[in-house]
Design a binder for this molecule. Structure first.
Ligand SMILES: NC(=O)c1ccc[n+]([C@@H]2O[C@H](COP(=O)([O-])OP(=O)(O)OC[C@H]3O[C@@H](n4cnc5c(N)ncnc54)[C@H](O)[C@@H]3O)[C@@H](O)[C@H]2O)c1
Length: 311
């Protein structure tokens, strides 16, 4: 059985374990600093397995040693956004948590592929790659599947069409400057712009951009976790089953889209070696301008990181 370790057994980490257990392709380890909590959640989930008829081992621990020999390490430890708090406010605290989680788990799983969720996402993925010294193929950030799923859900609500027929591509940084590509998005092959009136489409794009904040404001404490965790489980499955699935993820840019030395949301191919390749869309001038604006915002956070962490 494959082994996936999740660092941070909070709402997103535990829900990722839940979605993963349902898919039955890996044993799961939950690690958290809170004593007893990962053990309790893991045991509770393990006791659900006979009911849903899935054979997956799930254990909880406060010790990184439990992650030994993992195929995938998911990092979702950190502080979640609170109402009115920007993702960038989280930078300093989460950099310390993520840096330690990445370097400690690598000692026990030198061949693992890292999926990073902790915010600010693009910068935490960048930090993980820099601190572990791993090649870019093995450090991938989760953002674009979630942002695209939000847009797909809103399009489904507007049109009444099955979510399965709706393809949306949201690229760029995981922030308010993200780039929903309406020209490339479609319903069963029909371009979104032909299917939905312009004003309605504009509203969907705006709601997508604020999708994370909408949930933060409703919940009052904490941020979204069902959809982010489902996105993470899809990434892990694509990697371990070597599916060559093309989905938007945060990847290290090495000249693609004219960007360098930064993580950014782009379509990537996920398979057993991790991020196998980056797919480059041909962007028109407007799209390129939005892309560049988003990239500038991410770069700014990367630069801010360099003031709080040495690597
Ligand atoms: N990329 C995305 O799409 C996405 C989506 C959801 C959440 N997130 C981010 O993921 C992070 C977690 O969110 P959440 O909703 O699960 O929060 P949460 O507060 O429910 O869980 C975070 C957990 O991390 C644990 N933790 C803190 N320091 C740790 C350490 N050093 N080692 C191990 N565990 C530690 C906490 O005890 C807590 O249980 C946040 O940064 C959030 O912004 C990102």
């Amino acid at each position: 059985m494959n082994k996936i370790s999740i660092i941070g057994a909070g709402m997103t980490g535990a829900t990722t374990a839940h979605w993963l257990a349902e898919r039955e392709f890996a044993d799961i380890v939950l690690v958290d600093v809170v004593e007893g909590m990962p053990q309790g959640k893991a045991l509770d989930m393990l006791e659900a397995m006979p009911i849903i008829g899935k054979d997956a081992e799930i254990v909880g621990s406060n010790d990184y040693a439990a992650t030994k020999g993992s195929d995938i390490i998911v990092i979702t430890a950190g502080i979640a956004r609170k109402p009115g708090m920007s993702r960038d406010d989280l930078l300093k605290t989460n950099a310390g948590i993520v840096g330690t989680a990445a370097t400690e788990t690598l000692k026990y799983s030198p061949d693992a592929i890292f999926i990073v969720l902790t915010n600010p996402l693009d910068t935490m993925a960048y930090l993980t790659m820099k601190m572990t010294g791993l090649p870019r193929e093995r450090v991938i950030g989760q953002a674009g599947i979630l942002d695209s799923a939000r847009m797909r859900a809103f399009v489904a609500l507007e049109t009444g069409v099955s979510v399965e027929n709706i393809n949306c591509y949201v690229l760029g940084g995981h922030g308010d400057e993200m780039v929903p590509l309406t020209r490339h998005s479609n319903i069963a092959g029909v371009p979104l712009r032909e299917y939905i009136p312009a004003d309605k489409l504009d509203a969907i794009v705006a709601r997508t951009r604020k999708g994370g904040g909408e949930i933060v404001n409703l919940l009052k404490t904490g941020s979204a976790y069902y959809a982010p965790a489902a996105a993470c489980a899809q990434m892990a499955e694509a990697i371990l089953k070597d599916k060559n699935l093309i989905v938007p993820c945060a990847a290290y840019m090495n000249g693609e889209y004219g960007l360098n030395d930064m993580y950014f949301g782009v379509p990537v191919m996920l398979g057993r070696t991790g991020m196998k390749k980056i797919i480059e869309y041909k962007l028109d001038e407007d799209e390129k301008a939005t892309f560049d604006k988003s990239a500038a915002a991410v770069k700014e956070t990367h630069e801010a990181l360099k003031n709080v962490v040495e690597f």
